[in-house]
Design a protein around this ligand. Structure first.
Ligand SMILES: [Zn+2]
Length: 346
């Protein structure tokens, strides 16, 4: 499986030639150390590739998905269709994202507040908690990109594109100003559709993230010393919420003004966390809402202690506009993008 992942020649040439994106390969000698950047990357990719394939095979028969780490220092993630193959897709996360999250969760986040608040006391030490924070943020990034594929956004946005940007999807924490200049689109309709697609990607990613909370809880429950599974689930829900919210605190520190393609980061985090609760409730018939909210609150405290700058624009006003003009239209996008969803591509 990993052979196929690393050696898919058509994907490599597509990334190199079409996207100008060199691959970053983790250092295999560190494979055994899950707390190193390389070790985490190897284990994360291996576990997730199989899980994603399972989801894809169930939902979208015939689709091939590859995912890579890209050798770029910016915090970016991309999703794209590998032309001329109709059902071959690629998701890339930059090594810059890995490094920034690793630095934040291992070096800067003082996890003691977090650890003391977790319902499953003693289950996580500092390293295990940091690893789990990494895991959930990276999973969210992946699921967000994956949704752009699954919901037909890539083909649809291509079909309405007024000018050709070089990259299909870019998310950036650093150098956002430069990227905005490069990828700015003047067309209002296109900007709006793009924003809806980002909201949908966040919504689905949050919902699917609950599957990964449950999956990790099952894994931990098997190996831990008789703690009730619900306690483990609650603790993981808190860690997942904390992780995603901290990621968006970072995004917010880079968003000095409203972005044409994205709602404000705090609104995005709210959508994701709400969907995480919903997804879990649907799956396990039990509410984790309280723990999700607690996780977000702790993330806020950590962001303050890390002195991550907050937005300067009016969030209440931004939320009112979002609720009035964006939120009611998110689902409508599916009708327009339906022809481009993998199961409908002929
Ligand atoms: Zn996106």
């Amino acid at each position: 499986m990993s052979e196929r992942l690393l050696n898919g020649p058509k994907i490599l040439s597509w990334l190199n030639v079409r996207m100008y994106k060199p691959i970053w390969n983790p250092d295999n000698t560190q494979a055994g150390d899950a707390d190193s950047i390389s070790g985490f990357a190897i284990q994360f990719r291996h576990n997730h590739y199989q899980m994603l394939l399972n989801i894809i095979e169930r939902r979208y028969p015939g689709v091939e998905l590859y995912y890579y780490f890209l050798n770029e220092n910016r915090v970016n993630a991309i999703a794209g269709r590998v032309k001329p193959y109709k059902k071959v897709f690629v998701v890339g996360i930059t090594v810059g994202a890995l490094r920034a999250l690793h630095s934040m969760f291992y070096n800067q986040v003082c996890t003691s507040t977090l650890l003391c608040s977790l319902p499953a006391h003693g289950l996580f030490d500092q390293k295990a908690a940091s690893r789990m924070l990494m895991y959930f943020s990276m999973t969210y990034l992946l699921l967000h990109e994956f949704t752009h594929i699954g919901r037909g956004h890539i083909g649809y946005l291509e079909s309405i594109r007024t000018k050709k940007p070089r990259f299909i999807e870019r998310c950036s924490l650093k150098n956002m100003g430069i990227l905005e200049v490069n990828s700015r689109i003047e067309d209002d309709h296109e900007n709006f559709e793009r924003k809806l697609s980002e909201c949908q990607a966040d919504t689905y990613a949050g919902f699917m993230l609950s599957t990964f909370v449950a999956y990790q809880a099952d894994e931990l429950h098997r190996s831990s010393c008789g703690l009730p599974k619900t306690k483990i689930e609650d603790a993981l829900a808190m860690l997942a919420a904390c992780s995603v919210h901290l990621l968006f605190c970072l995004y917010e520190s880079e968003h000095k003004r409203p972005h044409p393609h994205y709602p404000p980061p705090m609104i995005r985090s709210g959508m994701i966390e709400t969907q995480l609760s919903r997804g879990f409730m649907e799956m396990r018939k039990r509410s984790i809402h309280h723990y999700v909210v607690t996780g977000m609150m702790i993330a806020n405290q950590i962001a303050v202690s890390m002195k991550i700058p907050q937005s300067t624009y009016n969030l209440t006003q931004a939320y009112c506009e979002f609720r009035k003009h964006v939120l009611p239209h998110i689902d409508d996008l599916s009708t327009r993008a339906a022809a481009f969803m993998p199961q409908n591509i002929r």
